[in-house]
Write a protein that binds this ligand. Structure first.
Ligand code: UDP
Length: 331
């Protein structure tokens, strides 16, 4: 079985590539290396450098690799804060890139895709935990583009019969158990890497964005889910489609929320380091609480997340950050 992973040099993509190869799949990676790293790619994967917005780049992959069974699509910009100041970058890369991809897939008769979506498609939840059929009113441009991409899959299925699974994840975190690959964004904007970069001395402090939210300690609550559990969900979704499953949308989270302050306290315990905290204003576009119901993914896909404890998740992330203080540059 051969799987094309778009964005396979990125954080969740690279962990999915490892997991696929560990489970005996042949893997082809396509990435523009704008935010991904060669060092993150498993040595057994076939690699193509290209940009989804260039039809010839993606056509070339399908022409060369004629026996691709399914596509997993991670190739997108994914920073909430950046999307608020550079919305057109997100429309261009995320939406235009996906349009070109789908044109190429239709032309090459590739009809299964698993898509990396996000909790940001929901916006402010109407209740907790969030269910898949809850309303989607994104409060940031990133979530808006991911929602538009989901609708693109829906209409492409109606016209061309392409089957899709969209996985709406909550807060991806942690690192491969080996410590060989992990989370490395440049610049880094995610909570756990920034906390651990403070612990490893790369940064002076962690800024807490907003302490006046309507939550018990005033800081935002998020549902943190280990990247390897997310990777496994993508593989289960591929298998579901190959076995004739219908197109569908699934939440992926732990069903438990932790506040920013709780995450910092857990990281202090795991690392044994002092972590300096500076309280700042809210960040634009952040809902107060995001917690998933993943019952549907468990029931339909048979997903069974292994990393349930925040401390275990942070331990795996610390294994990576303490040995790679400068991310992949330190290799
Ligand atoms: N956050 C923070 N300081 C940081 C980065 C993030 O207080 O330096 C907060 C952010 O406001 C949000 C939570 O941590 O409430 C998780 O943010 P992250 O960017 O990791 O993921 P997101 O929820 O945006 O997907």
């Amino acid at each position: 079985m051969k799987i094309l992973v778009l964005g396979g040099a990125g954080y969740i993509g690279s962990h999915t590539v490892y997991r696929l190869i560990e489970q005996g799949y042949k893997v082809v990676v396509f990435d523009n290396f704008e935010t991904g790293y060669y060092e993150a790619i498993h040595p057994d994967a076939e690699v193509y450098e290209g940009d989804l917005r260039n039809r010839a780049d993606i056509d070339n992959v399908f022409d060369e690799e004629s026996d691709i069974d399914a596509v997993i699509h991670f190739a997108a910009n994914s920073l909430v804060g950046e999307s608020m100041v550079k919305p057109l970058k997100y429309y261009d890369n995320n939406i235009c890139g996906t349009k070109v991809l789908l044109e190429s897939m239709v032309a090459h008769n590739i009809n299964r895709i698993v898509f990396s979506s996000t909790a940001a498609t929901y916006g402010e939840p109407i209740h907790t935990p969030i269910l898949e059929n809850d309303p989607t009113n994104p409060t940031n441009c990133y979530g808006e583009t991911k929602r538009a991409m989901e609708r693109m899959f829906y209409w492409t299925e109606q016209a061309h019969g392409m089957k899709y699974v969209s996985l709406r994840y909550f807060n991806a975190c942690g690192a491969h158990i080996s410590g060989k690959i992990g989370e490395a964004h440049n610049p880094e904007s995610h909570l756990i890497p920034i906390i651990l970069q403070t612990a490893n001395g790369t940064r002076d402090h962690i800024s807490v964005f907003g302490t006046d939210y309507d939550t018990p300690d005033g800081t935002c609550i998020r549902d943190y889910i280990h990247v390897t559990d997310l990777a496994q969900a993508h593989i289960l979704a591929v298998e579901y489609l190959i076995n004739g499953g219908e197109s569908d949308i699934f939440n992926l989270g732990n069903g438990v929320g932790f506040s920013v302050k709780e995450v910092i306290e857990t990281a202090k315990k795991v690392t044994g380091k002092e972590i300096k905290v500076v309280e700042e204003n809210r960040r634009a576009g952040d809902p107060a609480v995001l917690i998933a119901s993943s019952e549907k993914a468990k029931k339909v896909l048979g997903w069974n997340p292994q990393y349930n404890e925040l401390s275990t998740i942070i331990e795996t992330a610390w294994k990576w950050h303490s040995t790679h203080p400068n991310g992949y540059k330190s290799n």
